[in-house]
Design a protein around this ligand. Structure first.
Ligand SMILES: *Cc1c(COP(=O)(O)O)cnc(C)c1O
Length: 361
């Protein structure tokens, strides 16, 4: 009807495109397009889900006390400063909802995760894109883009889809020099893949303007369950809690996540396998004339000589039943993002890219 209009910003949103999961006419595909753990979740998480199957008629907990306690215990954090969401995407949404609106600016980087821009538009705020330096987040560029309208600064560390990351000293310099009304959001979706990196948890504890987000979707292999969490100053977490729906997480999702985070052996195995196979894959691709930046996550960003070549390679891989991720929407039209799969998948994708390059030359 004439006169019915959505809120400002909503019509600016370009729908998020997930990684493809099938190719018409091809069976037995290898899906390397969504950064999923090729080994799946912890068996303990699967068992926990079986046990609560009989509880589907019961409402879940509203305060997520058990999951927060498990996260706090495993990571050595304060449970009162943890908030759980439907994926970390929901925690990012809480932040936009609570802290940004019309007239406000939300900073994300050139090749940053697509949801930042979508979530900023959804609340009527203005997303501001900041240039990276050779696919690495630039603290100087972010600081130069800040002003008195800046409310949120989103960086993923490691970043998706580049796989690069910046050091804690740089992150601290960024947090230290932000305008007083701005929050630095450290998206740690891939933090578990970096041995010895706490995702910025220490920084959250030592400052009042940093929030860290984490997810169960990547290393924990629970993307289909939709669980993520945030860690921040108590004042900010209390604000976010006011807009969180009381039953946002199902009892199935809650028990799966709790079992998954306690299975530290599965976490370590996943991290080690990923590091080994990632190094193998990057080297195999380099030998075929396809370079990539040193990745700290569970994927590599394979760079081709042109957008046409990347497109042709993707088309060829699909014909071979291999699905990788085009990243044109991330301003990387000459690249393909390839998730580190199991050993057979890594060999298969490297082999096919080798054949493609041999034929293309
Ligand atoms: C996958 C991903 C997320 C979030 O995923 P959820 O499934 O919503 O937890 C967040 N940030 C980045 C950079 C990601 O790649």
């Amino acid at each position: 009807m004439a006169g019915i209009e959505p809120q400002p910003g909503i019509m600016e949103i370009a729908l998020y495109e997930g990684g493809k999961s099938s190719v018409a006419g091809v069976s037995n595909v290898v899906k390397l397009s969504s950064n999923e753990n090729p080994f799946g979740p912890s068996p303990a998480a699967q068992e926990a889900v079986k046990r609560v199957v009989h509880e589907m008629h019961r409402y879940p907990s509203t305060d997520h006390a058990e999951l927060r306690a498990a996260i706090a215990e495993v990571h050595g954090l304060d449970a009162a400063r943890i908030i759980c969401g439907v994926g970390s995407d929901e925690v990012l949404q809480f932040l936009c909802h609570a802290y940004a609106g019309e007239g406000d600016e939300v900073i994300h980087t050139e090749h940053g995760f697509a949801m930042y821009k979508i979530l900023a538009h959804a609340v009527g705020a203005t997303p501001i894109e900041v240039a990276e330096t050779e696919r690495v987040v630039s603290v100087d560029n972010i600081l130069a883009a800040c002003n008195d309208r800046t409310k949120l600064v989103f960086i993923a560390n490691p970043n998706n889809p580049t796989g690069t990351m910046i050091g804690l000293a740089e992150i601290e310099r960024l947090a230290e020099n932000l305008p007083p009304q701005a929050i630095l959001v450290l998206d740690g979706a891939y933090a578990e893949y970096v041995e010895g990196y706490d995702g910025g948890a220490q920084l959250v504890e030592s400052r009042g303007n940093v929030v860290m987000t984490r997810t169960f979707s990547k290393l924990y292999g629970l993307g289909g369950m939709r669980v993520g969490w945030g860690y921040g100053p108590k004042e900010i977490i209390d604000v976010l809690a006011r807009i969180r729906q009381p039953f946002n997480l199902s009892n199935v999702a809650l028990v799966a996540a709790e079992a998954a985070i306690r299975d530290t052996a599965h976490v370590e195995k996943s991290r080690e396998d990923n590091s080994r196979l990632r190094a193998w894959l990057a080297e195999a691709l380099a030998e075929h004339g396809v370079p990539s930046d040193a990745s700290t996550a569970n994927f590599v960003l394979a760079r081709f000589t042109s957008p046409d070549e990347a497109w042709a390679c993707d088309t060829y891989l699909q014909s071979q039943g291999i699905i990788v991720r085009r990243v044109t929407g991330y301003k990387l039209p000459a690249a393909l993002r390839i998730t580190v799969g199991d050993e057979a998948s890594c060999r298969r994708v490297a082999h096919c890219i080798g054949l493609f390059k041999a034929g293309a030359r």
